[in-house]
Write a new protein. Structure first.
Length: 736
C-alpha cells in the first residue's frame, strides 16, 4: 500500500460521508462546489494512478458503459409478491388468520407505505456492492448492477466497520414525482412519447442498456425487506430497519408499529391522509408481522407470505363534464377518440383531456357528449374515463356514433378510413395523410431514434404544412434557406426558425447519416419494432439490405414453425440462400440452431429442451420481413440508396468490409472524443471492417482514450496489455 492509496482512501471516505449526508439524511454540510473539488481530486488521483482505483470508489458509479443485454441471475431466496386486500373485511380475515396461526400469541404489526415502483435486490459481499437484480419471475431476475450503481443514494459500500459476509437488501426502485414530471417534460420537448406513469418510466429506466443514460434519470431506492443474510442477526422488521439505517441504506420516513386490528385500520387511514404529500407514488399500505420467528410459524403459499398483506387504496377520481369528443390521428393512422373535458384538478394536476381508447370502449361505457363522467388517474399520467354518472345525463344526450362523426373520412386529410373487424380501431388508410406524416417525422427525429435536434412537434408540423416535406427522408433534401425562413408562427405574426437553428438541424442531419443500423431501424417506425428490437436487429445484421432479406429472421421463423409442428415454408420460398444458411430446410436442427443462438434470437427453454425467443418474437420477425417486401419498405430502401445513406450494423465486419483496413481489429472507446460522437466513431470503425466493442477484453486491439477518460477501462487495458491510443492516432487510422 502506498501514499497514493491512502490519499485516495481518505478522499473516498470523505466523499462517502458527504454522499450520505446529502442523499440519505438530506442535511449536507458542504457546498456543491466543495463537494466537486473533493470528487475531482479523487478523479485526478485515480486517473494518474489507476492502481489505486477500487470497485467501490464513488467514481465507479458511472463506469458501466453500454451493455448488450442483461444476464439472468438466480435469486438467493425467492422474491415473493403480496396478496392484495381492498377493504376492512379482507383485512379482518387476514388478522384472524394470523391469530389462528400463532395459537394464542399476539402479533405486533408494522404498517408501511406501498411504493409504486419495481422491486430490486441489492447484494453486498463483505460490505461491497457486488450485484443488483430485478425481481424477474421471482426465481430469476436480470442483472442490472451497472444501472443501479448510478443511483447516488445506494451506497457502493455499507457504512460499517465490520460488514457481514453477505447482505442482500431488497426494496423498491422508483422515480420521485418531481423527477418523473421533469423527465416527461423533457421527452415531450424532444418530440418523444411521454411515459404513461412513474412506474413504467422506472421499469424502462432500470432496463436501459446504456448506464450513462440511466444516470440521467433521477432514480432512487427505498429498502424494506431482505434476501439472504450471513453475518448479522436480525429478528424483526424493526431491527431490519435499524440495520438498514446503520448500513446507510435508505428507508421510508413513515412506518407505524401497531398491536391490534383497530391499530391497523387507524394506521391505514393516517397514511392515506399523508401519502398525497409524499414525494413518490404510493398505491397502498403493506401490513407485516414484525417478528421473524412468528413469520416462520405462519409460513407462505406458493406466491405470497401469510404474514403480510397489501392494502390497496382506491385510486383518486373526479367528476367533470365531457364537452366534446375529438379524434387524434396517430403515426400508424389509428384514429383515437379523445374526451375534451371541463378542466378539473386531480392528483396534483389539471386534467382537460382523457383517452377514450376506441369505438368499442365508448359503446361499452355508453359515453355521450354532455355527460358528466368520472375520471381516474390510477398512478397514470393519461387519465381514463371510468364511467358515466347517469343521474347527471342531460335529456338530449344521444349515444355517440364514432363512424357517423367521422363521416367515412379521416378528420385530418379527408382520406378513406377502415376498421379491421379484428381490431377496435379505425384507421386512416391514406399513407400521405398530413397528420400521419407529422407524427412519423416526429418519431424519426426523436432522441432515441436519429436525434435530430430541434425538429420536435412544432417544426415537424410547419415543415409538413408548408409542403416542404412529406416524409422523414425529405428532411435530407432541405436547404439552409428553406429551413431558416420556415414560419413557425402565423401569417399575421410570423416567427421564423432562423439561420442558427437551421444550421443546427443540418448538422444533426449530417450526423444522422452516420448513425448505426439500430438507430435507423428504430427511426423507420416499422410495425412491432421498438427500441430493444431495433437494437438487436442492428447488432446481428450488416446493413439495411441484410435486414430486409434477413436470413436470420427467415431461419428463425422456420424454426418457430418447425417447433409448432407447421411445415417450415419460408426458406424454401426465398431467394437462393446466401452465405449464412447454405442448406435449405428441411435441414437438421444442428444447422439451423447455432447461428440463431449466437445471434441471440433464441435460447434453450429450461423446461422442455425446445428453443424460446428472446427480444424478437415471431410476430415481429414476420412484420420486419413484410415491411421490406411491401411498398413502404421498398421506398425506404430506394430513397436511402439515392441519398447515399447505408447505416451499418455491428455485423458489418463480415461482409464487404471484411477486407477493410481495420479488419480483425477491435476498438473500445472511452471518454469524450472532440471531433465526433461515439455513434459516429463506432460507425466509422465498422465501415472500415473493424469492430466497436463496449468493454475492454482480451480481444480488444485498441482502447481509444478521449478526454475525461475513466480509470477502469484504462486500468483494464493496461492489465491485459491492450494498446491505448489517443484521439489523434485514432483519427489517422480511420482517415479515408
Ligand atoms: S414487502 C415478501 N414492503 O409490492 C414480500 N413490498 O405486491 C416482500 N412493495 O413485490 C415485499 N412497497 O415490489 C414490501 N413497503 C413495502 C413495499 C413493497 C412496495 C412492492 C414490492 C412487492 C409488491 C407486492
Amino acid at each position: 500500500m502506498n501514499d497514493y492509496f491512502q490519499e485516495a482512501e481518505e478522499l473516498r471516505r470523505q466523499i462517502r460521508h458527504h454522499d450520505h449526508l446529502y442523499y440519505i439524511d438530506a442535511t449536507p454540510e458542504i457546498s456543491d462546489q466543495d463537494y466537486d473539488k473533493l470528487y475531482h481530486a479523487l478523479l485526478d488521483l485515480e486517473a494518474a494512478h489507476p492502481e489505486v482505483v477500487t470497485p467501490d470508489s464513488p467514481t465507479q458509479r458511472m463506469h458501466g458503459g453500454v451493455a448488450e443485454g442483461f444476464e439472468t441471475v438466480e435469486h438467493t431466496v425467492p422474491m415473493l409478491s403480496l396478496e392484495n386486500t381492498y377493504n376492512a373485511d379482507d383485512l379482518a380475515r387476514f388478522h384472524e388468520s394470523v391469530l389462528r396461526g400463532l395459537h394464542g400469541e399476539t402479533p405486533t404489526y408494522v404498517v408501511e407505505p406501498k411504493i409504486d415502483g419495481i422491486s430490486i435486490a441489492v447484494r453486498y459481499e463483505n460490505g461491497v456492492l457486488t450485484q443488483a437484480v430485478t425481481r424477474g419471475n421471482g426465481k430469476q431476475g436480470d442483472d442490472v448492477t451497472a444501472n443501479i450503481k448510478t443511483i447516488p443514494s445506494v451506497p457502493l459500500r455499507l457504512r460499517c466497520d465490520n460488514p457481514p459476509a453477505f447482505f442482500e437488501a431488497r426494496g423498491e426502485c422508483y422515480l420521485p414525482r418531481a423527477g418523473f414530471a421533469k423527465l416527461n417534460a423533457h421527452r415531450l420537448a424532444q418530440g418523444e412519447e411521454p411515459f404513461a406513469n412513474a412506474r413504467n418510466a422506472t421499469a424502462g429506466s432500470v432496463k436501459l442498456l446504456d448506464s450513462n443514460e440511466v444516470a440521467t434519470r433521477p432514480l432512487d431506492i427505498l429498502f424494506y425487506t431482505q434476501g439472504l443474510i450471513d453475518g448479522v442477526e436480525i429478528r424483526s422488521q424493526r431491527e431490519l430497519f435499524e440495520t438498514f439505517q446503520r448500513f446507510g441504506l435508505k428507508i421510508q420516513k413513515w412506518s407505524k408499529v401497531v398491536h391490534d386490528f383497530q391499530g391497523i385500520k387507524d394506521a391505514i387511514a393516517e397514511l392515506d391522509a399523508l401519502r398525497k404529500d409524499m414525494p413518490y407514488d404510493t398505491d397502498g399500505a403493506v401490513i407485516k408481522v414484525d417478528e421473524f420467528r412468528q413469520r416462520e410459524i405462519l409460513g407462505m403459499t406458493a406466491k405470497a407470505p401469510c404474514w403480510a398483506k397489501a392494502f390497496k387504496y382506491e385510486p383518486e377520481r373526479a367528476a367533470t363534464k365531457l364537452n366534446a369528443i375529438t379524434i387524434q390521428v396517430g403515426r400508424t393512422g389509428v384514429l383515437a377518440p379523445v374526451a375534451e373535458l371541463t378542466p378539473v384538478f386531480l392528483s396534483g394536476s389539471t386534467i382537460s383531456r382523457a383517452t377514450l381508447h376506441n369505438e368499442d370502449e365508448i359503446a361499452r361505457k355508453d359515453i355521450r357528449i354532455g355527460d358528466t363522467v368520472l375520471i381516474e388517474k390510477a398512478g397514470e399520467v393519461i387519465p381514463a374515463v371510468v364511467k358515466v354518472l347517469l343521474e347527471k345525463r342531460p335529456e338530449e344526450a344521444v349515444p355517440y356514433d364514432l363512424p357517423g362523426a367521422l363521416k367515412g373520412v379521416c378528420p385530418s386529410c379527408g382520406g378513406p378510413i377502415h376498421r379491421d373487424p379484428q381490431f377496435a380501431a379505425w384507421r386512416c388508410e391514406n399513407l400521405q395523410c398530413p397528420a400521419q406524416n407529422v407524427r412519423r417525422v416526429e418519431y424519426f427525429t426523436a432522441r432515441n431514434a436519429l436525434d435530430i435536434e430541434s425538429v420536435g412537434g412544432v417544426v415537424a408540423e410547419a415543415l409538413c404544412d408548408t409542403g416542404l416535406i412529406k416524409e422523414p427522408l425529405d428532411l435530407f433534401d432541405l436547404t439552409q434557406d428553406e429551413l431558416a425562413s420556415l414560419n413557425l408562427g402565423t401569417a399575421e405574426e410570423p416567427r421564423v426558425f432562423g439561420p442558427k437553428n437551421a444550421a443546427k438541424v443540418l448538422a444533426a442531419l449530417d450526423a444522422a447519416r452516420g448513425k448505426d443500423l439500430g438507430h435507423w431501424l428504430e427511426a423507420m417506425g416499422i410495425p412491432e419494432v421498438g427500441a430493444a428490437t431495433a437494437f438487436q436487429l442492428g447488432r446481428i445484421h450488416k446493413d439495411l439490405h441484410d435486414v430486409a432479406d434477413s436470413e436470420y429472421l427467415k431461419a428463425f421463423l422456420d424454426l418457430m414453425d418447425y417447433q409448432n409442428g407447421l411445415a417450415p415454408s419460408r426458406v424454401k420460398e426465398a431467394q437462393p440462400a446466401q452465405d449464412l444458411f447454405a442448406e435449405k430446410l428441411p435441414v437438421g436442427l444442428d444447422t439451423l440452431v447455432p447461428p440463431l443462438k449466437r445471434a441471440g434470437l433464441i435460447k434453450m427453454s429450461g423446461a422442455r429442451g425446445g428453443y424460446v425467443t428472446t427480444t424478437v418474437g415471431p410476430k415481429t420477425a414476420q412484420s420486419v420481413l413484410d415491411f421490406f417486401r411491401g411498398p413502404i419498405g421498398q421506398r425506404w430502401l430506394e430513397r436511402m440508396r439515392k441519398l447515399g445513406i447505408n447505416p451499418l450494423g455491428d455485423n458489418a465486419g463480415s461482409a464487404e468490409t471484411a477486407n477493410g483496413p481495420l479488419a480483425g481489429k477491435t476498438f473500445v472507446l472511452t471518454g469524450t472524443l472532440t471531433t465526433m460522437g461515439r455513434d459516429e466513431a463506432s460507425a466509422r470503425i465498422r465501415a472500415l471492417g473493424g469492430t466497436a466493442a463496449g468493454a475492454v477484453s482480451k480481444k480488444t486491439t485498441y482502447l481509444v482514450a478521449g478526454a475525461n477518460t475513466g480509470a477502469t477501462k484504462t486500468a483494464k487495458a493496461q492489465e491485459l496489455g491492450v494498446e491505448v491510443i489517443d484521439e489523434e492516432t485514432f483519427l489517422r487510422m480511420i482517415q479515408p
